[in-house]
Structures are given as structure tokens and as C-alpha cells.
Ligand binder design. Structure first.
Ligand code: HEC
Ligand code: HEC
Length: 300
């Protein structure tokens, strides 16, 4: 048995250690809270040239195709009905809103509101939205963006998700502060960019690069891949000519995206690599993406 005196001393020390630990944690959280809060509260201003939204069926059909290849349905649903993005108090509590006129806010949306969200990733007060990938959609030409908006505006009203969740928890803030996840799209956007009216060539390397902006969030802007996007996820492969894909041909690339299985026989898990959404690209579009990826080569 320890002598009484030592035991008392030990207890006292443990108490001091625990209290100091709690204090350090509290201070760390305060710092994280303040750093993240400054970024959340930041407002963005911009001026946009007006664009006109078509209403003919051909433009709407093009908009529907864009809705699918840009994976809007993954978060907002096939019919635009909206979905629960995540409900985790530690990470984030967030809904991907109902985009149909069943949502009062959307019903009141003007073209400038659609531009605000899709081009700038900000809410009515000019603050960044959470997790909405506006920084990847932002590069759309005026023509494509107008068609996408035309499609969204005519979605049949669905009464779903009237309650909006929008708050971020302590772990979510930490991930934001260490820049592990893009929580605030507005930070990644050049708000003064001048947008191309329409693309002249809808084939080839430049078109492939244009179409592949949605791959960047995972495969990184240089398409060379990197570490897992979250714990438990697989690493993201290099899909340039220098990677494994460099050994494939156009047909095997298209087949991989359509069937979720690589020429080497590897099954791609749709939860990590969303091949089902990407499979909405036409063959012609996939050919351009493949052309773009193949010509990124450093090794010879
Ligand atoms: C990764 C999931 C995800 C994808 C993909 C996505 N969104 Fe969103 N979107 C969200 C979330 C989450 C919000 C709400 C953000 C918030 O509350 O800060 C949102 C907000 C919006 C809003 C604002 C709605 C409102 O009530 O203010 C519009 C409009 C919108 N998205 C349209 C689209 C369109 C069109 C596409 C496809 C081009 C798309 N989104 C793709 C997650 C996504
Ligand atoms: C949400 C993240 C995400 C997005 C978006 C995404 N990918 Fe992937 N992709 C992955 C991950 C993760 C893997 C590896 C999957 C595995 O190991 O099972 C992968 C694998 C691949 C592979 C197989 C590579 C190999 O060597 O086996 C190809 C090809 C590919 N992606 C192409 C694309 C293209 C093209 C786009 C855009 C049109 C895209 N991906 C968008 C995450 C993503």
C-alpha cells in the first residue's frame, strides 16, 4: 500500500493534470470555433452580367442532362425533391434543399438567386453555403448554366423537406480549419471571373477539361489523385496518362464508367467513386474527358 501522504499527492496531481487538460481542450476549441466562425461569417460581393433563361423544350432537355452529369441528383434527388445531407451534431446537420416550387424559397427564386447560388455559392446575406459544390459548377458557360436553371425552374413541385438543417458541429469546424474538407464553396470561387458565353467546340481536350470539373473535388485539380477523402475511404487514384488509366483505351475507359468495373477487373464502389452518376455522360463526352486525361503526362 502507498503511504497516505504519497496517495494524497498523487490524487492532487491527477486533479491538476485533468483540469489543465480540460483547460487546454477548451482553449483549443475556442480557437477552432473563432477561426471557423470568421470564415463562416465572411460575406462576398460580386456583380454579374444578366443572363436570360430559355423555356423551350430543347434547352430544358439539355438542362436535364446537365443536372445528371453534374450529379445534382446525388444530393437534391432525382426529382429535385431534396434530401437529408447529414444529421450529425459533431460533424454537420444539413439538408440539401428541395429545388422544386414545393419549397417556398425556391418558388420565389429569381434568376439572380440561381446565379448567386450556382455561380457564387452564397446565401441571401452573401455568406458561403455549406457543402454545396458551387465551386465546381461555377465554371459552366452562360449557355449551359441558363439551360440548367431552365430545367430546375420547371421541376414539378414536390412537398418535401420544409424544415431546413444548416449547422456545423465541433468536428466539422476542426475539419474546416485544417482544410481537410471543402465546407465553404465561396472560398474557392473567383467571384470576379468573366464567364464564357458558350463553347465553340463540343469535343476535344478543352471540352474534356471543361466537363471534368466535377472530378476535381476527389481526383484533385491536377487529376493526379491523392489520399483518402475521409477515414475509411480508399485513396483516390491518379487518372492522368501517367496513372493506371494511361494504359487504357477509349473503349475501356467508357466501359469502366458505364459498368463500374476497370479493365483490370476491379469493381468500383459507387459510394466512393460515383460511377452511376458519371455514367450519364454521353459516349462523345466521355471520349473528350478521356482525351483530356490522357494528354496529361509528365513521364515519357
Ligand atoms: C454534394 C451535394 C450537393 C450537390 C452535388 C449539389 N448540391 Fe445544391 N446544395 C447542397 C446543400 C447541402 C445545399 C444547402 C447549403 C446550405 O444550407 O448552406 C445546397 C443548396 C442548393 C441551392 C440553394 C437552395 C436554397 O433553398 O437556398 C440550390 C439552388 C442548389 N443547391 C442547386 C444545385 C444544383 C442545380 C446542383 C447540380 C448542378 C447541385 N445543387 C448540386 C448540396 C449539393
Ligand atoms: C466522390 C469522389 C469522386 C468523384 C467525384 C470522381 N471520382 Fe473517380 N474515383 C474515386 C475513388 C475514391 C476511386 C477509387 C475507387 C476504389 O479504389 O475503389 C476512383 C476511381 C476512378 C477510376 C478508376 C481508376 C483506376 O486506376 O482504377 C476512374 C477511371 C475514375 N475514377 C474516373 C473519374 C472521372 C472521369 C470522374 C469525373 C467525371 C471521377 N472519377 C469523379 C473518387 C471519385
Amino acid at each position: 500500500m502507498l503511504p497516505m501522504k504519497l496517495l494524497k499527492k498523487l490524487l492532487k496531481w491527477s486533479k491538476i493534470t485533468i483540469i489543465s487538460l480540460l483547460l487546454v481542450l477548451a482553449i483549443a476549441y475556442l480557437v477552432i470555433y473563432n477561426l471557423s466562425q470568421q470564415r463562416i461569417q465572411k460575406t462576398y460581393s460580386y456583380t454579374d452580367a444578366a443572363i436570360s433563361i430559355p423555356s423551350d423544350s430543347l434547352s430544358i432537355a439539355k438542362g436535364e442532362h446537365l443536372y445528371k452529369i453534374r450529379s445534382c441528383q446525388d444530393c437534391h434527388g432525382e426529382k429535385g425533391e431534396g434530401s437529408l445531407f447529414m444529421d450529425d451534431k459533431m460533424l454537420i446537420q444539413l439538408t440539401a434543399p428541395n429545388l422544386t416550387k414545393g419549397n417556398g424559397e425556391i418558388a420565389a427564386f429569381k434568376t439572380t438567386d440561381w446565379l448567386r447560388v450556382l455561380r457564387h455559392g452564397v446565401d441571401k446575406n452573401g455568406r458561403s453555403l455549406f457543402m454545396m459544390p458551387s465551386h465546381e459548377i461555377n465554371t459552366l458557360t452562360n449557355e449551359d448554366l441558363a439551360n440548367l436553371i431552365a430545367y430546375c425552374k420547371q421541376l414539378a413541385p414536390v412537398a418535401n423537406l420544409q424544415e431546413k438543417l444548416h449547422s456545423i458541429g465541433p468536428i466539422g469546424r476542426l475539419l474546416m480549419v485544417i482544410n481537410q474538407v471543402t465546407v465553404l464553396p465561396a472560398e474557392k470561387i473567383d467571384h470576379r471571373a468573366i464567364h464564357t458565353e458558350k463553347l465553340k467546340e463540343k469535343t476535344g481536350v478543352a471540352y474534356g477539361q471543361y466537363l471534368s470539373s466535377g472530378c476535381q473535388g476527389c481526383h484533385r485539380p491536377d487529376m493526379k489523385g491523392g489520399g483518402p477523402l475521409a477515414p475509411g475511404f480508399p485513396p483516390v487514384p491518379n487518372i492522368t496518362g501517367d496513372g493506371n488509366v494511361g494504359n487504357w483505351n477509349e473503349q475501356s475507359f467508357i466501359a469502366t464508367i458505364r459498368n463500374g468495373k476497370t479493365p483490370e477487373g476491379k469493381e468500383l464502389n459507387n459510394n466512393y467513386m460515383p460511377w452511376k452518376s458519371i455514367g450519364h455522360f454521353t459516349d462523345e463526352e466521355l471520349k473528350s474527358i478521356f482525351m483530356y486525361l490522357q494528354q496529361i503526362r509528365e513521364k515519357h
